[in-house]
Design a binder for this molecule. Structure first.
Ligand code: PGA
Length: 251
C-alpha cells in the first residue's frame, strides 16, 4: 500500500510573520498525523522559520527548487546540501512555473533529480500538459516524454523513492480542476511508463500526486482514484484550515 502524501507548495508567498502563523496553525492540527505524509514547501527565506516550528512533529519540510551542483560560483542558487542542512526532506523539481518562467528543460530537471537523490532528498517531480497540448490530443505524448526524460538513469532505489506530481498546467491556479476520471487516466498512464522504465513492482511503489486547483470540495473524490496517491496543493495550502481539510481527506 502506498502511503498518501500531501504537500503544500506555498510558491512566492508568506513573509516571516505570516509563515510563522501558517506553519503554527498547520502544526496544531497535524503534528501527530501519521497515516498521511504531510509536507510544507515554503520559500527559501522562511525554510528555517518553518523548519523550527515543525521540528519533532510528523510534518516534514520541503523546498521548491534547487541547483544541481554541490557548491560553487552559481550566484543566487541553492544546493541540495544547503537544503539538507536546514532539515529539508523533500524538494519540488520541474514545476510548470519554473519550466515556463525559468526555461527549465527535462534535462535540467533530470540533473536536479539525481543531485537531490544523491543528497538524500526526496524529489517531487512535476509533469503535466499545457491546455493547447490537451486540446491537440498530445497529453499522453507530452507526459510520457517528461517522465522518461526527467527520471532517466535512476537506480531502482532512487526510482522508488521519487514522488511524481501530475499537474495539468491548465488546472494550476485557475480554479479549473481535472475531473477525477481525467486525472486517473493520466496517473495510470504515468504508472505504465514507470513500469516500462523499471519494473512493475517499482512502478507500484511510486507515489503520484495530483496538483491543480485541489481544494477541500474536490479532494476526496480525486484522492479516491486508484492511482492518485496524494496532492500538491498551491492556493489552498496558503490557508491552514483548507490545507488541513485536504490532508484529512487523504486519510
Ligand atoms: P494550485 O497550484 O493548487 O494553486 O492550482 C498547484 C501547484 O502549482 O502546485
Amino acid at each position: 500500500m502506498r502511503k498518501k502524501i500531501v504537500a503544500g507548495n506555498w510558491k512566492m508567498n508568506k513573509l516571516v510573520g505570516e509563515a510563522t502563523e501558517l506553519a503554527t496553525a498547520v502544526k496544531r492540527s497535524l503534528a501527530d498525523k501519521t497515516d498521511v505524509e504531510v509536507v510544507l514547501c515554503p520559500p527559501f527565506t522562511v525554510l528555517k522559520t518553518v523548519g523550527d516550528i515543525i521540528a519533532n512533529t510528523q510534518v516534514k519540510l520541503g523546498a521548491q527548487n534547487m541547483h544541481w551542483e554541490k557548491e560553487g560560483a552559481f550566484t543566487g542558487e541553492v544546493s541540495a546540501g544547503m537544503l539538507r542542512d536546514l532539515f529539508c526532506h523533500y524538494v519540488i523539481l520541474g514545476h510548470s512555473e519554473r519550466r515556463q518562467f525559468c526555461h527549465e528543460t527535462d534535462a535540467v530537471v533530470n540533473r536536479k533529480v539525481k543531485a537531490a537523490l544523491t543528497a538524500n532528498l526526496t524529489p517531487i517531480v512535476c509533469v503535466g500538459e499545457l491546455l493547447e497540448q490537451r486540446e491537440a490530443n498530445q497529453t499522453e505524448e507530452v507526459v510520457t516524454n517528461q517522465v522518461l526524460k526527467s527520471l532517466a538513469g535512476l537506480d531502482e532505489t532512487g526510482f522508488r523513492r521519487t514522488v511524481i506530481a501530475y499537474e495539468p498546467v491548465w488546472a494550476i491556479g485557475t480554479g479549473r480542476t481535472a475531473s477525477p476520471a481525467q486525472a486517473q487516466e493520466v496517473h495510470a498512464l504515468i504508472r505504465r511508463v514507470l513500469a516500462k522504465m523499471s519494473n512493475p513492482g517499482a512502478a507500484q511503489a511510486v507515489r503520484i500526486q495530483y496538483g491543480g486547483s485541489m481544494k477541500p470540495s474536490n479532494a476526496k473524490e480525486l484522492l479516491s482514484q486508484p492511482d492518485i496517491d496524494g496532492g500538491l496543493i498551491g492556493g489552498a495550502a496558503l490557508d491552514a484550515a483548507a490545507f488541513v481539510e485536504i490532508v484529512n481527506a487523504a486519510g
